[in-house]
Every structure is written in C-alpha cells, then in structure tokens.
Design a protein around this ligand. Structure first.
Ligand code: 3PG
Length: 421
C-alpha cells in the first residue's frame, strides 16, 4: 500500500480477468485518423506488460477526447494498433463499450490476451457534462450501466489513469466499489513522485504558469502560495495577462475580449486579491510579443499598440523568467508562455524551455501543451519528470483529494463479495 492505495504488489493478479482503466487520450489527425502523439500510450506500457506477463486476461477501458473537447472525440480503434505495435502482440478492439459485443469479447479472452474497448465516453454516463451536471456519488456510479455490465465479468479493477484522476466518472470511480482494486505502475509513480515533491520541495521552488486554460491554474496559485510551497511564481500566457489586468495594466482590448469570452473575467478580482496577499511572490511580464502583418513585434507592458493581440511574453520577460528558473532547485511547469505552435509567437516558450534544460533544478512538467512544447524542442531527456496529467496535476497541486484517489482509497478499505457472471 502507498498513500492508502493498493499497488499491484498488494493484489493477486495472476490469471485473473482485469479491467484496467488507462488514459491514452491523444490528439488525433483528422485527415488520417491516426494519433499525432503516443506519449501516454508508451507511459502505461509497464503496467500492461506486467499484467500480461502475469497471464491476466486484460480488458482495457479508455476515453478519447470528450463531449466538451469534440475535436478529438473519436473511437479508440487507432490506439489498439499502436498498443499492439508497442506490446508486440495482438490487441483485439471491439466497437462497443459494455454491450453484448464487448461482453462476448471479454468472455472469449484467454490468459495473456488483451482487449481494448471503444471510447468509454461514447456512453453518456461517462461524459463530462453528465459528471458535472449530475454529480453522482461513487456508490451511485457503481449502479451505472458500464459498471453493472462489466464488473461481473472481472476479478479485479486496476486504475492506471492518473491523467484522468480529476474526473468523477464511473469507469474511474465506480468499479472500486464492487471489485478489489489497485493503482497501476504509472499511477503509482506519478502520484508518489508528485506527492513527495509537494511535501518537501528543494528551495527555491518555482511555479511556472501559462497556457490558455487557466481556471484551475488560479486555484492552484492560491494553494501553493498559501501553503508556502511556491517561493516564486512566474506568470505567463493568459495567467500573466489576467494578473496584469488585475493590476490595472492595459493588456489590449483583444486580450480582454478573449478573457471575457472564455469566462475568466471573474478571475481578475481573484488575481487582485492574490497579488495583494502575496507581494513580491509573483513575477509578471514586463513586455509582450504580438504579430502584425505576419511579423513579430514587441512592446513594453503599457505601450501595446491599440487593437493588437498579445501572443507571447516579450524578450525582457523571457530573460527574467529564465534567470529565475536557472537559480531554482525545484520547478513545476504548467502551460506555455504563448502560442508556441507558430514561429512568430514561440520565442518566450522556447527561451524558458531552454532554461529548463540548463537548470540544475528538479523540473516537472505536465499537461498536453507543455508535453507538446517539450517534444517540439527535443527536451524530453532534459526534463526531470514529465507527468502525463494536465488537469489532474493542477488539481492535485491545488491540494484537492482527486476523485480517483478517493475511490481507490475507499476501495482499499472495504471487503468485496465477488459473484462472477
Ligand atoms: C486529459 O487530457 O487531461 C485527460 O485525458 C483528461 O481529459 P478530460 O480533461 O477530457 O477529462
């Protein structure tokens, strides 16, 4: 047991039918239908190999995209092809989650064989809007279709989806109620590495916040400053812009309109409070990058030409942030500094990632965009720890007990009466 959760060392898996929930959610190329990145698939291979070596009949449950992220909301069929290549063995795929086809395929599995079910979020009760609207308890999740149909066919539930641990959905939190459960090796590693770092980070500990999805980042900002975990916060991307707005700086109408459109305007008040409560702790941009007629320009904060949209931090800011990173002993990074996908607006992100490569600090990055930036700059080996979780990592760093952690802990504390179908 680690942190009150069973690991694969605490359960007898040999020859068992195991339902294993993984997070292999990856960007999909719309034209070819192929996966654009396979980082998360590779990350869960140790768990899968261990279960296969122990002759489990392995049933994989996974989501791809979501009802609130439609551009990647697809079948998991391409993932089966990649999994088969990585594992060097067949991976059966069925276009079903818990209907008769899926159940027949599970029953037909033999020792050491692997089956991947279709995108669990094709079932409404697994969808994020359903989760947010209905807020089912974990006991209620055990009564949902996916759990009622699949649990009787299995001996054990293993969750290796740390990247989805902030989700309160039946395939993540319902099975622990009715089946013996454990976390997989990737979940164990990510959860324990991050928990350990949070307990006693080497000082100075610096948090770099950026990106465009910033609601959770603000929650985390408060916790890490209040708890004294962060010695310094470097705020780029939209986080920096909202905080500058809170200080009364002019970030330009296009940026303000974007922040309003994303529903982040209320964060401006939160930002004002945070800045007043923790003076000197948050380093903000002193200059911006913007693109005019396809060419990059820079301006000091307060001197942004009217009508221009901020797309990056400026060179002076990037240099200050990089210096802080080089002097740190622990660095957490969530989110790029600007639109790093385009050449004119990648400079800030690139300079910071180079500093992450140079620093002697223990560096942790998480989240799809940060992983994509790491891959773009070929920095995979230079970062001390790459966490597959984005939203999950932020929620965890916010001090929240993640729903899946809660479900696994509860699962470890109860005895299950198994009646196999
Ligand atoms: C992620 O990409 O962060 C995880 O797969 C969770 O996806 P979600 O935010 O759509 O639940």
């Amino acid at each position: 047991m680690r942190f009150g959760i069973k690991t694969l060392d605490d359960v007898d898996v040999r020859g068992k039918t195991v339902l294993c929930r993984i997070d292999i959610n990856q960007p999909v190329d719309r034209k070819t239908g192929c996966l654009k990145d396979t980082t998360r698939i590779k990350a869960c291979l140790p768990t899968l190999r261990e279960l296969i070596d122990k002759r489990c009949r392995l049933v994989l449950l996974a989501h791809q995209g979501s009802d609130i992220e439609y551009k990647n909301f697809y079948s998991t069929e391409p993932h089966a092809t990649v999994l088969a290549e990585c594992l060097g063995q067949d991976v059966t795929f069925v276009e079903d989650v818990c209907g008769p086809t899926a159940r027949a395929a599970i029953t037909a599995l033999r020792d050491g064989e692997v089956l991947l079910l279709d995108n669990v979020r094709f079932i409404s009760e697994e969808q994020t809007l359903f989760e947010l609207k209905l807020k089912l308890t974990h006991a209620q999740q055990a009564e949902t279709l996916v759990v009622r149909k699949l649990a009787p066919l299995a001996d054990l539930y293993v969750c290796d989806a740390f990247a989805a641990a902030h989700r309160d959905q039946p395939s993540l939190c319902g099975f622990e109620q009715v089946l013996p459960s454990a976390m997989g090796r990737l979940f164990e590693e990510e959860f324990c590495v991050i928990s350990g770092l949070m307990e006693s980070p080497e000082r100075p500990c610096v948090f770099v916040l950026g990106g465009a999805k910033i609601g959770d980042a603000f929650m985390m900002l408060q916790t890490v400053l209040k708890g004294g975990i962060a010695d310094q916060v470097l705020a780029g991307g939209l986080v920096g812009e909202v905080l500058l707005w809170a200080l009364g700086e002019d970030i330009g109408e296009p940026a303000r309109a974007f922040i309003r459109k994303q529903g982040y305007e209320e964060l401006v008040d939160d930002g004002r409070e945070i800045l007043a409560s923790y003076p000197g702790k948050i380093l903000l941009p002193v200059d911006f990058g913007f693109v005019k007629d396809g060419v990059r320009h820079e301006s000091a904060v307060g001197a942004l030409p009217e009508g221009e949209l901020v797309v990056d931090i400026g060179s002076e800011t990037a240099a200050q942030f990089a210096e802080t990173i080089r002097a740190a002993k622990t660095v957490f990074v969530n989110g790029p500094m600007g639109v790093f996908e385009q050449a004119e607006s990648e400079q800030g992100t690139q300079v910071l990632w180079e500093a992450l490569g140079d620093t002697s600090a223990y560096t942790v990055i998480g989240g799809g965009d940060s992983i994509a930036a790491t891959n773009k700059y070929g920095m995979g080996d230079a970062i001390s720890y790459i966490c597959t979780g984005g939203g999950a990592l932020i929620r965890f760093l916010s001090g929240e007990e993640l729903p899946v952690v809660k479900a696994l802990r509860h699962g470890a504390s109860i005895a299950h009466n198994l009646t196999r179908a």
